[in-house]
Design a binder for this molecule. Structure first.
Ligand code: MV4
Length: 475
C-alpha cells in the first residue's frame, strides 16, 4: 500500500525480525511488557516522535485495551481497530451476552447478570442444571473459569473463581452458564466499515488447543454445512452491528455435538489465526483494516464472499511438546522454513536469532492451502517435514503427529482433542506411550539444571546435516 512503517520494541527485542524489516524503529522500554509494550504513553510518544498517522495494535498487549484506543484518538492518531466503546462493551462478557440475547443470538443457558451471594448462585445453578461453568464477568481466555459438576462443589468453586477473577481483572464478578461437554470452538470473522456495512468472512475451527492456547486452526470447519455457516455468520454480523463495531473482529461460538451453536464472546482485534481466512477468501485482512481505518467503504458485499478450498495453520512455538510444552527459548543455530506452492510461513524469527524468554513462545505460523481438506493435510504434512529448526525445541513433532491422527484426519475435533490424543493410557495410543518416558526424562533434566538444556552449539557437521533432512525430527 506504499505505507511507511515504524516498529516499537523493548530492549529484549532489539534484534527482532519486525525491527529489522520496519522503515524505522523506536525502543519503548525494558524487557518486561509492563515496562514497555503495555505503557500507553510510551507507544503514543513513539508514534508522535516519528510522525506516524495511525497505530496498528497487533494481536496482544494493548490490542483490546479501550483506554489505549481512546488515548490514540485523543492524541490525534488513528487506532486501527474498533472504537473504544465497542472494545469496552464486548470486554464485559455479561454485557456482551446481553447484546447477543437482544439480537436473538443463542447464548449458553445461564444467568444474564453477575451472581450475588452463594444462595443465589445455588438457585441459578439448580435452575440451569449441573454441570455448570462459573466465569469471570470481565474474563475471557479461560481465566477465572471453574467447572462445577455437583452442588457440593459450588461454594469452593465460587470462592476460587471470584479470587482469580479479582486478581486477574480487578473485578471479582462472576456469572453462571450450563457446561457444554466436548464442544467445538468455532469463530466467525467479521469486517465492518464506518458507513454501517458489516460482512462476515466465514468461520475458523480452532478446537485444537491446549490450556486455551490454540495450536492448529483451519477454515472452513469440517463440522459446518452451508445452512449452519449462514446462520452463524448472520448471528455474528447482528452482534457486530449491535455493538457499533467497526474494523476486523471475531465472534466466538461453542458448537455442541447436536450442532447447536452458542455465542461465547467477541474478540475486538485481528487474531493470530486470521491467515486461514485470508487464504480461503483471497482477501488481505490487514489491508482491509487499514482501508476501514482510513474511512473507506468496504469494496465488496456479502454476496462477493465465496470461500475456495481449505486452509490450515499450525503454530510453531519454541516449546517442548514432549515435556509438558515447557518453553524452550534460546539461540536458533539453524533454520530452514518450509516453502513451495500454497505454503505461507508468517515468521518472527531467523537463523542466528536468540528467542528471548520474556514473551510468548510463538516463532512462526505455518499456513497451507489446498483444494480440499485432504490436500491441505497432505501439504501441511510435507511442509512440517521440511521445516527445520536447530537449537531450540519446537511444537513441530506434535503437529506432525496430529496431521497423522485418525480423529484429526476424519475431522472429529473438540476442545478436548489434544488431551485425548496425549492420553497415553488409551489402549489405541500404545504407539505414543514412549512419550511418557521422554516427558519424564526431560522434566527431570529440567529440574536438575534449573533451566532448559543448553543449545547444542557444538553439533557436528554430520549431525547437523542429518537434522536438516526432511522428516527426521525428534519423535
Ligand atoms: C465454556 C465451555 C463449556 N461450557 N462455556 C474457554 C475460554 C472461554 N473463552 C470460554 N471457554 C469455554 N467456555 C460453557 N458454558 C468450554 C470452554 C472451553 C473452551 C472454549 C473454547 C476453546 C477451548 C476451550 C477449552 C476448554 C474449555
Amino acid at each position: 500500500m506504499g505505507i511507511q512503517s515504524v516498529a516499537v520494541f523493548s530492549e529484549a527485542d532489539r534484534e527482532s525480525l519486525h525491527v529489522l524489516l520496519a522503515d524505522e524503529a523506536v525502543c519503548v522500554g525494558a524487557p518486561p511488557a509492563t515496562e514497555s509494550y503495555l505503557v500507553i504513553d510510551r507507544i503514543i510518544a513513539a508514534a508522535q516522535s516519528t510522525g506516524a498517522e495511525a497505530v496498528h495494535p497487533g494481536y496482544g498487549f494493548l490490542a483490546e485495551n479501550a483506554k489505549f484506543a481512546q488515548a490514540c484518538a485523543e492524541a490525534g492518531l488513528v487506532f486501527i481497530g474498533p472504537p473504544a466503546a465497542a472494545i469496552r462493551s464486548m470486554g464485559d462478557k455479561v454485557a456482551a451476552r446481553q447484546v447477543a440475547v437482544r439480537m436473538n443470538v443463542p447464548v449458553v443457558p445461564g444467568a444474564d447478570q453477575p451472581i450475588g451471594d452463594d444462595a443465589e448462585a445455588a438457585r441459578i445453578a439448580s435452575t440451569v442444571g449441573y454441570p455448570i461453568m462459573i466465569k469471570a464477568a470481565l474474563g475471557g481466555g479461560g481465566k477465572g473459569m471453574r467447572l462445577v459438576r455437583a452442588p457440593g462443589e459450588l461454594a469452593g468453586a465460587l470462592r476460587a473463581a471470584r479470587s482469580e477473577a479479582g486478581a486477574a481483572f480487578g473485578d471479582a464478578s462472576v456469572y453462571i452458564e450450563r457446561y457444554i461437554e466436548e464442544p467445538r470452538h468455532i469463530e466467525i470473522q467479521v469486517l465492518g466499515d464506518a458507513h454501517g456495512a458489516m460482512v462476515h468472512l466465514g468461520e475458523r475451527e480452532c478446537s485444537i488447543q491446549r490450556r486455551h492456547q490454540k495450536l492448529i486452526e483451519e477454515s472452513p470447519s469440517p463440522f459446518l454445512d452451508a445452512d449452519l455457516r449462514h446462520r452463524m455468520g448472520d448471528a455474528a454480523c447482528r452482534i457486530g452491528t449491535a455493538a457499533g463495531y467497526v474494523n476486523a473482529g471475531t465472534v466466538e461460538f461453542l458448537v455442541d455435538r447436536d450442532r447447536h451453536f452458542y455465542f461465547l464472546e467477541m474478540n475486538t482485534r485481528l487474531q493470530v489465526e486470521h491467515p486461514v481466512t485470508e487464504l480461503v477468501m483471497g482477501r488481505d485482512l490487514v489491508k482491509q483494516q487499514l482501508r476501514i481505518a482510513a474511512g473507506q467503504k468496504l469494496d465488496f458485499t456479502q454476496d462477493d464472499v465465496v470461500p475456495r478450498g481449505w486452509a490450515i495453520e499450525c503454530r510453531i512455538n519454541a516449546e517442548d511438546p514432549y515435556a509438558g510444552f515447557i518453553p524452550s527459548p534460546g539461540h536458533i543455530i539453524s533454520l530452514r522454513p518450509a516453502s513451495g506452492p500454497w505454503v505461507r510461513d508468517d515468521s518472527g524469527v531467523y537463523s542466528g536469532y536468540t528467542i528471548p524468554r520474556f514473551y510468548d513462545t510463538l516463532m512462526s505460523k505455518l499456513i497451507v492451502w489446498g483444494t480440499d481438506r485432504e490436500a491441505a493435510i497432505a501439504r501441511m504434512t510435507r511442509a512440517l517435514a521440511e521445516y527445520k529448526v536447530v537449537g531450540v525445541q519446537t511444537t513441530i513433532p506434535i503437529l506432525e503427529h496430529i496431521m497423522r491422527d485418525p480423529d484429526f484426519v476424519a475431522g472429529r475435533l473438540s476442545t478436548h482433542f489434544l488431551d485425548h490424543m496425549m492420553d497415553v493410557d488409551r489402549p489405541e495410543a500404545a504407539g505414543r506411550r514412549r512419550n511418557v518416558a521422554l516427558i519424564a526424562a526431560a522434566l527431570a533434566a529440567y529440574d536438575r539444571a534449573g533451566r532448559p538444556a543448553p543449545s547444542p552449539t557444538a553439533a557436528s557437521q554430520s549431525a547437523w546435516r542429518q537434522a536438516m533432512r526432511p522428516g527426521r525430527g525428534a519423535r
